[in-house]
Ligand binder design. Structure first.
Ligand code: ZN
Length: 292
């Protein structure tokens, strides 16, 4: 009798656990945030980026922190992840780590370039192809064109000059010029970003680069008088790259517009799709909205 009872109990437990597991939503996209060197506050921004991603319940997030100087022994297992988020602007990696990273993206790994990560590695050719556009580090016309949006068209501007600058921080309007891309689809097409640096004069190979959003860089705030790309994608081999130039520090990445485009861009880079529902609240063209 006892034997029958215990068999019955085991069967019930199995049924219950099967039901539970089929109902639980498991985060399935594996993300690696890379940090450790940056002229920006990476120790404070990485945990916020991680929280943004985890809140979607789609991602599990690990962090790979490089040594404070050099790159000795730094060789994250990129291939164990679906997408790498770069919060790194620092010393060159070893040739081996560079090759691993190139193979990861080439074979279909996702990549997210966040703010000053596009300042990094000015002489690593493949990295510059992945980021599409970069700034500082001696970048100039040898690295590729500026990308501008003039008269409703994205144009390559080969004018000689330095790559990378920004005016004074201010709240600026982000305008989506592709409203059908999975990252932007359904979001308000104009929204005011929290006071931030507006990167301008970025230049790079800009191969297979697609601009999702621009912002007008006003000369009054020390800008270029051009519409500068602020959200864009790059195809590199089989890999998808999402690049956001926004997010100088914590207050800038607490902007709801930054957070939502970052969450959607990371999912898109990993899978080619965006399954996240649209946010209930969003900044308007006039008003900034930040996460409390
Ligand atoms: Zn910055």
């Amino acid at each position: 009798m006892n034997k029958i009872l215990s068999l019955f109990c085991s069967a019930m437990l199995l049924i219950v656990s099967t039901i539970q597991s089929s109902h639980a939503i498991e985060p399935s996209i594996k993300v690696l945030i890379v940090d450790g060197q940056n002229n920006h506050n990476w120790k404070a921004t990485t945990p916020v980026l991680k929280t943004h991603l985890e809140q979607t319940k789609l991602f599990t997030v690990d962090v790979a922190t490089s040594p404070a100087r050099g790159s000795d022994g730094f060789s994250p297992k990129f291939s164990a992840y679906d997408v790498v988020v770069m919060n790194y602007n620092g010393d060159d990696w070893s040739k081996e780590t560079q090759k691993d990273f190139e193979a990861f993206v080439e074979n279909g790994g996702g990549l997210v370039i966040y703010h000053a990560a596009d300042n990094s590695f000015p002489s690593w050719k493949a990295y510059n192809e992945m980021i599409g556009l970069g700034g500082w580090g001696g970048r100039n016309e040898k690295d590729g064109p500026y990308i501008r949006y003039r008269d409703g068209k994205v144009v390559r501007d080969e004018t000689p000059g330095g790559g990378g600058s920004h005016g004074a921080q201010h709240a600026y309007v982000v305008q989506h010029i592709d409203t059908e891309h999975p990252v932007t689809k359904g979001l308000p097409s104009k929204w005011r970003h929290a006071s931030d640096e507006l990167y301008d004069r970025l230049r790079g190979p800009a191969k297979n680069l697609h601009v999702l959003a621009i912002a007008y860089s006003d000369k009054k705030t020390g800008g270029t008088g051009e519409n500068e790309p602020v959200l864009f994608t790059i195809e590199y081999g089989k890999g998808r790259v999402f690049h956001t130039v926004m997010g100088h520090d914590v207050s800038q990445i607490q902007c709801v517009g930054f957070a939502v485009t970052f969450q959607r861009g990371t999912e898109w880079a990993a899978t080619g799709k965006v399954t996240q529902s649209l946010p209930k609240e969003y900044p308007t063209e006039e008003e900034v909205l930040s996460i409390k």
